[in-house]
Each structure stands twice: as structure tokens, then as C-alpha cells.
Design a binder for this molecule. Structure first.
Ligand code: C2G
Length: 129
């Protein structure tokens, strides 16, 4: 069984996120999502989420491409996650291109093109108009 992992906040879930998850799953048989906790988002990513961790987790678990959701609590957990879950491929959007190349010592690293013209920030800004 080929196992894939990706990480993110996935707040105000939109089709760009789903496109990423669908392509990530197509690279293997089992997809794990490291979902940024509220604390990690606030303290390390300086993101204030609209939906809390449990709501965001519930939404992700409803997506057919997602097999398991685990908490992302630190930048440093990726290597141990890859080892613990015997991951074959790490996937993330190409806005992160190069940032996780250190994982190449442990698994395949794939940066996928982002879906253009959609982001949580844009949704929030558009709703303010
Ligand atoms: N994404 C995408 N297209 C968009 C928006 C997002 O492909 N229009 C992808 C991102 O590249 C990322 C995933 O969807 O792979 C989740 O996006 P975010 O929730 O914004 O995640 P991010 O804040 O980039 O967190 O340790 C890694 C971080 O947790 C990634």
C-alpha cells in the first residue's frame, strides 16, 4: 500500500484544497492529512482560523480522498510522521516549493501546482465587500 501525506490548515475548505487532496490521493492508495491545530496556526503560522480544529477535521474526514487526519502541532514533526506512518510520498502545493526538500532523505517529495484564483484569504476579503 502506497501511503501519501500532506499538511495544511484547510480553513474555509474550498475547491483548491479539494483539488490538492484529490491529486495527492492519486499518487498512492492511502492519504494522511496533517491538519494544523488552532495553536499551531495562531502561534507559528499567524493564521486565525474561522473554523476550529474539530470542525476543520470533520470537513476533511468527509472528503472521499482523505483516509486519516492527524494533528499538525509543529514544523518539526514531518520526519517523525513519515517514519511512524511509513510514508512513501510527501505532497504539498508549489507555494512551498523547495521548503521541504529535506524530506527527500525519507520519502518522495512532490510539489503540485496550486489551483489559481482561490484562497481562504481571497474568500474572506471578497466577503468584506
Ligand atoms: N492549495 C492549493 N490551491 C489553492 C489553495 C491551497 O493547491 N488555491 C493547497 C496548498 O498549497 C496546500 C493545501 O492546499 O498544499 C492546504 O493549503 P493551506 O490550508 O493554505 O495550508 P498551508 O497554510 O500552506 O499549510 O506544514 C505545512 C503547512 O501546514 C501548510
Amino acid at each position: 500500500m502506497k501511503k501519501v501525506i500532506t499538511y495544511g490548515t484547510f480553513d474555509l475548505l474550498h475547491y483548491g484544497h479539494v483539488n490538492l487532496l484529490q491529486r495527492a490521493k492519486s499518487l498512492g492508495d492511502y492519504l494522511i492529512v496533517g491538519l494544523s491545530t488552532d495553536e499551531f496556526n495562531w502561534n507559528m503560522k499567524h493564521k486565525k482560523c474561522y473554523f476550529g480544529y474539530n470542525e476543520r477535521r470533520r470537513l476533511l474526514e468527509a472528503i472521499r480522498y482523505v483516509d486519516l487526519v492527524i494533528p499538525e502541532e509543529s514544523w518539526e514533526q514531518k520526519i517523525s510522521d513519515v517514519k511512524e506512518y511509513k510514508i512513501d510520498t510527501f505532497v504539498i502545493g508549489d507555494d512551498w516549493k523547495g521548503k521541504f526538500d529535506f524530506l527527500k532523505d525519507y520519502c518522495e517529495v512532490v510539489y503540485l501546482p496550486r489551483t489559481p484564483e482561490i484562497s481562504t484569504t481571497q474568500i474572506k476579503n471578497d466577503l468584506k465587500k
